[in-house]
Design a protein around this ligand. Structure first.
Ligand code: GDP
Ligand code: GDP
Length: 443
């Protein structure tokens, strides 16, 4: 995973640049009061190199006197987590003491820094960038995020530091990421599974490490646990802990086969948990919901089923995920997490033969065909599974672009009823029926 992080003091234009770089569609405003202004995490690419862009200033604490501390911490986060740092200054303000402060942190790090002087809205204002040489961070790039001016040059420079991603990492071992909000019990669960206490906590910037992998032996089989320990007790501003844990979480999810998303039984399924679940789904990884601290819940024999039902009803598009109730404290059912993940992995590897799909699933769809759209009758003629891990199915039909979302959900429910796939997202592509290759299109 390539990460480019944007740092800089408030009002220099970080979020404007972020929105420019990730494009409108990613820049969704989330309506969580006091948590996020904009989405601070987005995918982008330049010159064929893909990267994740993070606007570290996206969470700005409310009070004036914490802002400087927050921005300094954000620079540390960028130094630790990013492959390239975009340091943005404001050409109209010139070099401010605060900019010098940030530069002082960035200079000794061995992370590549691209110095961007924003708000150079026309050629004559490009001169404003000269004095920024004195920050000792190399060539300043005058740009205007607002007008999308000169943005190509600094991007060329930034992506030149990135590696081309090689996605063909072929480790046959099951890789489980233990993720979740702070304090839900991730470390405690990892410790039970590994049989040791491995939380590595440090307050010295630059010394924390990436998600730490540990290998456990489970009945002779090697399983890799990816966890996000290492930073939770660091003295940091709340907003920055959130950024940190979000970056770590997302990195861990991208590398895993199955994400065990841990929640706290006493808190229930909260918005932040749903965000993590959705991120796992977007990445098409296997998902297990782990409800921890089960020892704290007053319960009878029906409580688990009732809660599971309630959780799944609150995440209707993820109603296929298994749920396990555990206690890291008493160790109750913690090893079940491994069992579940092994089962989910098998589901992801499963391949249904074309003949079976067409004999079993197709008649179900013929019984309830899609509704006519724009006066056109829609017909699905043929189904085949085109991929595993994650499972992908192709549906050949007469109007691939007209199949309504509700009908896709209907297909998914039927597919799952017949063939399972519990705990893994499944993807569908709709293609024009086999009239000729050139007619094929995806939707
Ligand atoms: P952030 O706090 O660093 O994320 O800054 P914002 O992106 O919110 O921008 C702060 C203000 O600067 C906003 O009013 C922007 O419209 C303005 N701004 C951002 N980029 C430019 C630019 O290239 N030129 C000019 N003139 N204004 C800009
Ligand atoms: P993390 O931040 O998600 O890694 O959470 P920790 O593993 O550090 O746990 C946070 C707090 O919850 C600690 O005080 C743990 O002792 C406590 N805790 C973790 N698991 C359980 C559990 O199953 N039951 C109870 N009662 N407390 C737990």
């Amino acid at each position: 995973m390539n990460i480019i992080a944007i740092v800089g003091r408030p009002n220099v234009g970080k979020s404007t640049l972020f929105n420019r770089m990730v494009g409108g569609k990613e820049a969704i405003v989330e309506n969580t009061p006091g948590v996020t202004r904009d989405r601070i995490y987005g995918e982008s690419d330049w010159n064929g190199k893909q990267f994740t862009l993070i606007d570290t200033g996206g969470f700005v604490p409310g009070s004036e006197n914490t802002i400087e501390k927050a921005v300094r911490e954000q620079a540390f986060i960028a130094i630790e987590e990013a492959n390239v740092i975009l340091f943005i200054c404001d050409g109209r303000d010139g070099v401010t003491p605060f900019d010098e402060d940030i530069a002082k942190l960035l200079r000794p790090s061995n992370k590549p820094v691209v110095l961007i002087i924003n708000k150079c809205d026309n050629e004559s204002q490009d001169n404003n960038s000269f004095e920024f040489h004195k920050l000792g961070l190399g060539e300043p790039y005058p740009i205007s995020s607002l007008n999308d001016r000169n943005t190509g040059d600094f991007l060329d420079k930034a992506v030149s530091y990135l590696e081309s991603l090689d996605k063909t990492e072929s480790d046959p071992r099951l890789k489980i990421a233990i993720v979740g909000k702070p304090n839900v019990g991730k470390s405690s669960i990892s410790n039970v599974l590994t049989g040791k206490n491995r939380s590595i906590v440090t307050d010295i910037p630059g010394t924390t490490r990436d998600a730490i992998d540990s290998v456990i032996k489970y009945y002779g089989e090697e399983i890799v646990l990816i966890d996000t320990a290492g930073l939770r007790r660091r003295a940091m501003i709340k907003e920055n802990i959130e950024i940190f844990s979000m970056i770590r979480t997302n990195k861990a999810i991208e590398r895993c086969d199955i994400a065990a998303v841990v929640i706290d039984a006493t808190l229930g399924l909260q918005d932040q948990d749903k965000k993590i679940l959705n991120f796992v789904e977007e990445n098409r990884k296997g998902i297990l919901l782990v409800v921890n601290k089960w020892d704290l819940v007053e319960k009878d024999e029906k409580t688990a089923d009732e809660l599971a039902k309630k959780f799944l009803e609150s995440i209707p598009t993820l109603d296929y995920i298994p749920i396990v109730f555990v206690s890291a404290l008493t160790k109750q059912r913690v090893t079940k997490i491994i069992e579940y993940c092994k089962t989910i992995k098998k589901e992801r590897e499963k391949r249904i033969s074309t003949s079976k799909l067409n004999k079993i699933l197709l008649p179900e769809l013929e019984k309830t065909p899609p509704p006519a759209v724009q006066g056109k009758d829609l017909r699905i003629n043929y189904i085949t599974q085109v991929n595993t891990e994650p499972p992908v199915f192709a549906f050949f039909c007469n109007h691939p672009d007209l199949i309504p979302t509700s009908y896709k959900r209907f297909i998914e429910r039927n597919l799952r009823r017949q063939f399972g796939y519990k705990g893994t997202p499944v993807s569908f592509v709709f293609k024009r029926k086999n009239v000729g290759w050139e007619d094929r299109e995806e939707s």
